[in-house]
Design a protein around this ligand. Structure first.
Ligand SMILES: Nc1nc2c(ncn2[C@@H]2O[C@H](COP(=O)(O)OP(=O)(O)OP(=O)(O)O)[C@@H](O)[C@H]2O)c(=O)[nH]1
Ligand SMILES: [Mg+2]
Length: 329
């Protein structure tokens, strides 16, 4: 993941640092006559030799390259604009020590990218789960984004933390969705509450909550049918589940391979339904990584986990340092 973006970013950084190298020889040459001048001037000369104000032209070329690199890697346009604007603010009129210029620019990019990435606190979520019994989590997203798999992974994760789970088969729409959830439930070890296909998704969730209350189960995980935000009926169904069940947390599950599209989906789901966290799946096959940056910035909702494979254990904590490291080092 990120290999391509990493290579491109270092090429962009090289443009600015090599432009600097060209001027270095010229600027460091100290005229013979002035070498005897008083100390303060010598100090000034030394300062001139070690620092350099980057010209506006150099900044423009650098930022253009950087913008292109981000755009090529599925980072949404408004995110690119934000990163570019912040970097320009940081770079203009700034004296950067020559010896450290490459490092310094990397640091600045890291700072700006870091401000865009919102990281959720797993600890906080666990503390919240402890406050309510049962704690209710609703999964939403478009078709095939990885909702059901992620639900099973989260059940596996929660089980390891000592919480019991029950799943609501509220995808009553897609053929075989209930059987798929049941297969996961057998492997991970949680019960599934189900009705027939075509029945009311909110009613299934209601029964799952009742079951959890009766059996003292800690967490209810509600699986839902994948839907495009333009599908009014299915969006109304989600809205009904939210209204009737009042989940403590709604998680938007997005496919990071969808690139820029996932940003639009996240925005629409956020506007129409509202959610608290994002989980981006298929990060193991996502070479570009732009969706992760963009979804976080556009929705202003923190990323809770990344799906990093097809095994139940492949649910990785989202640590922005890790992403930035992969991106820039
Ligand atoms: N490589 C990889 N594959 C994943 C990941 N998460 C989910 N998948 C795969 O993506 C496919 C779709 O996953 P589902 O969990 O069925 O997706 P869904 O959102 O429930 O789909 P619908 O119910 O049809 O809307 C499956 O083949 C999963 O194995 C992941 O993190 N990495
Ligand atoms: Mg599903």
């Amino acid at each position: 993941m990120f290999k391509f973006l990493k290579k491109k970013l270092s090429e962009s950084i090289n443009i600015i640092t090599s432009a600097e190298k060209k001027t270095r020889t010229r600027k460091t040459r100290i005229p013979k006559k002035k070498a005897q001048e008083e100390k303060s001037i010598v100090k000034k000369i030394i300062k001139k030799a070690t620092t350099k104000r980057i010209s506006e032209e150099e900044i423009n070329t650098f930022l253009e390259n950087l913008e292109l690199t981000f755009l090529e890697n599925n980072v949404a346009y408004e995110v690119v604009q934000k990163i570019s604007y912040d970097l320009r603010e940081e770079l203009i009129g700034r004296e950067i020590k020559r010896a450290r210029s490459k490092e310094k620019i990397k640091e600045l990019i890291k700072e700006v990218v870091s401000s865009v990435l919102l990281e959720a606190s797993e600890k906080e979520l666990i503390n919240e789960i402890k406050k309510f019994k049962p704690f209710i989590i609703l999964f939403v997203g478009i078709n095939g984004s990885g909702k059901t798999t992620t639900l099973a992974k989260l059940a596996y994760y929660l089980k390891k933390k000592g919480f019991s789970c029950v799943a609501s088969a509220s995808d009553t729409f897609r053929a075989a969705s209930i059987e798929q959830l049941e297969i996961h439930s057998k492997k991970v070890g949680f019960k599934v509450i189900k009705h027939n296909y075509g029945s009311d998704a909110a009613a299934v969730a209601f029964d799952a909550v009742k079951h959890a209350q009766a059996k003292g189960i800690d967490v209810v995980l509600i699986d839902t049918a994948g839907r495009q935000h333009s599908n009014k009926n299915l969006m109304n169904e989600l809205e009904k589940i939210k209204r009737v069940i009042k989940p403590h947390v709604t998680i938007f599950v997005g496919d990071s391979l969808a690139g820029n599209d996932v940003v639009i989906q996240a925005q629409e789901f956020n506007n129409l339904i509202g959610f608290d966290y994002t989980i981006l799946t298929k990060a193991d096959v996502d070479e570009k990584g732009g969706a992760i940056l963009s979804a976080s910035y556009v929705t202003k909702k923190p990323i809770l986990f990344l799906g990093t494979g097809q095994e139940y254990r492949d649910l990785s904590s989202f640590k922005k340092e890790m992403i930035i490291k992969k991106l820039l080092e």
